[in-house]
Design a protein around this ligand. Structure first.
Ligand SMILES: Nc1ncnc2c1ncn2[C@@H]1O[C@H](COP(=O)(O)OP(=O)(O)OP(=O)(O)O)[C@@H](O)[C@H]1O
Length: 687
């Protein structure tokens, strides 16, 4: 036994390339850490004991998001500084037992990705035609060219604007970032400015635009406001959750002619604001129509439609999205009247039907159901990376450093599946990767001066802060936005170069919308999907929707840590670091992981936050839709490994994988059709 143990120790040391080198590794650690490492080496298998996964049914009920918010948000602003310092001091006094992560052992093998090469659907965006070819008011044309600085029409605009100018209902599908907002905005403004009796503010709404999120409401309002520049007598306005109801009521009383709203808030006003009416509402536009339904807004949309129909039966209706799914068909059935379907055709289809610029046909909306293959922007490069649970956090960090610190000039959005994960990672990355370690950077290092700017956006933030963050990221040329799916739809954030999906989305449609935040309107962009080895089949699922992803190797991403000397182990002079020595990369990853763990374990508060974030991850994971359970099954998660990726040294006890039941903020009533749909993958925009 003794001989066996010793041989394992020697094996480990040799594996570390040199005895000297391993000594340095041990020296870097505190004596307690090195004791822990020694104990690990003394384990009969040379590995830490495997932790048993607690069975799923052992999980307790999930804490509500509201509770988490009330008891302690991770936001920098809301951190009770004194409490944090006290906690840290306390925890430092009684220094917790520190273990060094054995990051690279006991990980599942990374499977080879077998995917059939599929030909992606690509749509051409631009036409050579200018807006002056349309029968538009000259002031509107000059606003488009001078204010919006747009010359030629996109395909979806060329196909949609004439149809809407004829007064027809339409169901419009075209890829993300192809200009759908103007496709409905231009004919809307053209028709309202030309009304025989000039519109008065006090007339109330002539048009209602429904959008799923507050940020999209602000963005759509902004576009409509620009289009209305020459037509000052038409007043646009926004109603959205998070704003003061009282001031919204006052604005409604004064009069809003083009009303842009999230469904929840509008229903709220329909029920409680006397002066709201739809006597003259001639347009109903539902943008991101499938999402509005997904969010559980079906009930709200029914209330809104009933309110509209009660006051005026005829109306022009338009539904738009980059992904027309079954849900839209149901919505289309109840809201559209003999619609024209406009679906910008696949390049290949076009070559078969050269006479048609687009696949435009009068048809039953049900035919949209067939549209399960989604178009992907032509200049978007999509990647996937397989990462075992334990290595997720360090690999994400290495990726951020590579793109935003060493390559610079990148603007990145990282999607998570819950608000708590966004808050937790925001705090952790900000402290460990950004400012926190600057003092540890060698003085002459050129990389030390690069400041990583992290922002976060999710549905549990106060509206004022949400709007501030949205505007800041909108204007910035670089930066890293951590967010939930609240930012997945419709947002037009210029110059975003990377989309990272740290948690896989609940459907290929959501995948399309998330990656659609980059490579907009013909620009270049990249996306990275992070999957666990057990989730490899997701790649085939994407392929079945004609979505192609190429693999990036985790080792390659981790090797970028070689460029950051903050994670370097002291070495004897004779042994110079060579570019990509895999052993040194592993050591650096271990140093980084240790820094994460040290930060998380520096106070009780941070440990609690890490646990809550892990818990919310499990909740979201347990809630993947049934048809994806064979890929994302909670039982395939190794809790101890996953805990590492939240900076926790051990698997916490008494976690839950059950969805919240008691949250006031998040319990938007769901229609029966959506029961079983993912919890926390979706965020309701509620008043
Ligand atoms: N004809 C055009 N020429 C150049 N740029 C345009 C044109 N039309 C719209 N744009 C710009 O393209 C960007 C994307 O437009 P928009 O947000 O309407 O896309 P979308 O199709 O609605 O995307 P998503 O499906 O993601 O909501 C905006 O910045 C818009 O100003």
């Amino acid at each position: 036994m003794f001989l066996f143990t010793m041989s394992k120790i020697w094996y480990h040391l040799l594996n570390s390339h040199s005895l000297m080198h391993s000594c340095y590794l041990v020296c870097l650690l505190t004596s307690k850490q090195s004791n822990a490492l020694k104990r690990k080496l003394q384990s009969p298998h040379g590995n830490p004991p495997l932790k048993r996964k607690p069975p799923v049914n052992a999980f307790k009920k999930c804490a509500t998001e509201t509770n988490i918010r009330e008891k302690g948000s991770l936001s920098q602003k809301s951190l009770p500084k004194k409490q944090l310092t006290d906690n840290r001091n306390e925890s430092q006094k009684s220094k917790p037992f520190i273990k060094t992560s054995s990051l690279f052992r006991n990980n599942p093998d990374i499977p080879k990705i077998h995917r059939k090469a599929v030909q992606q659907i690509q749509e051409s965006i631009f036409t050579a035609d200018s807006f002056s070819q349309l029968d538009l008011h000259p002031h509107l044309i000059s606003t488009i060219t001078t204010v919006l600085k747009i010359c030629s029409m996109t395909n979806v605009q060329k196909e949609t604007i004439p149809v809407l100018l004829q007064g027809k209902d339409a169901l419009v599908r075209s890829q993300t970032g192809s200009g759908k907002t103007l496709a409905y905005g231009i004919p809307l403004v053209q028709s309202l400015q030309g009304m025989k009796t000039k519109i008065k503010r006090s007339d109330g709404p002539y048009a209602l635009i429904l959008v799923p999120t507050r940020e999209l409401a602000i963005q759509s309002f902004d576009t409509i406001q620009k289009l209305l520049k020459p037509f000052t007598w038409i007043v646009p306005g926004v109603l959205m959750g998070g704003e003061k109801r009282k001031s919204e009521k006052a604005r409604l009383r004064k009069g809003i002619n083009i009303l842009i709203s999230t469904p929840g808030r509008l229903v709220d006003h329909i029920k409680s604001t006397e002066c709201i009416h739809f006597r003259r509402t001639q347009w109903l536009i539902i943008d991101e129509a499938d999402r509005i339904l997904d969010l559980g807004f079906e009930k709200d949309v029914t209330v809104i439609l009933n309110a509209l129909n009660a006051e005026k039966e005829t109306r022009q209706n338009v539904l738009l999205s980059a992904t027309l799914t079954e849900g839209v068909t149901r919505l289309a059935d109840i809201s559209l009247n003999d619609p024209i379907r406009i679906s910008i055709a696949d390049e290949n289809q076009k070559s078969l039907k050269p006479a048609l610029q687009a696949d435009k046909e009068a048809s039953s909306p049900s035919s949209c159901m067939d549209q399960e293959n989604f178009a992907v922007p032509e200049k978007l490069k999509q990647y996937v990376m397989m990462v075992p649970g334990k290595l997720r956090l360090v690999t994400l960090a290495a990726f951020i450093l590579e793109k935003c610190k060493f390559e610079k000039r990148h603007k990145m959005i990282i999607f998570f599946s819950s608000c708590e994960q966004v808050e937790f990672h925001y705090d952790l990355l900000l402290n460990v990767l950004s400012g926190g370690l600057e003092s540890e950077q060698p003085k002459h290092s050129s990389v030390s001066s690069v400041h990583l700017e992290f922002l976060r956006l999710h549905g549990n933030m106060e509206q004022e802060e949400r709007t501030e963050v949205f505007q800041e990221f909108l204007k910035s040329k670089t930066g890293i936005l951590l967010c939930t799916d609240v930012a997945a739809r419709g947002l037009d954030l210029p110059q975003v170069t990377w989309i990272v999906q740290y948690n896989a989305p609940a459907s290929p449609a959501e995948y399309i919308h998330r990656i659609g935040r980059t490579a907009r309107i013909g620009c270049h962009g990249n996306s990275l999907l992070v999957l666990a080895p057990s989730e490899a089949e997701y790649v085939s699922l994407l392929a079945s929707h004609k979505i192609n992803v190429s693999e990036i190797k985790m080792e390659k991403v981790l090797s970028s840590l070689m460029k950051d000397d903050r994670f370097k182990l002291p070495r004897p002079r004779s042994k110079k670091s060579c570019g990509t020595d895999p052993q040194e990369v592993r050591e650096r990853a271990t140093v980084l992981q240790t820094k994460f763990e040290n930060y998380v374990h520096s106070s009780e508060v941070t440990v609690r936050w890490a646990k809550k974030a892990l818990q919310s991850f499990l909740c979201a994971y347990a809630a993947y839709p049934r048809n994806l359970k064979h890929i994302f099954h909670i039982k395939s998660i190794h809790l101890g490994h996953m805990a590492k990726s939240f900076g926790l040294r051990d698997a916490p006890q008494n976690l839950t994988a059950l969805p919240t039941t008691g949250s006031k903020k998040k319990t938007e009533p769901r229609p029966k059709s959506l029961l079983g749909a993912p919890f926390l993958h979706q965020e309701s925009e509620i008043p």
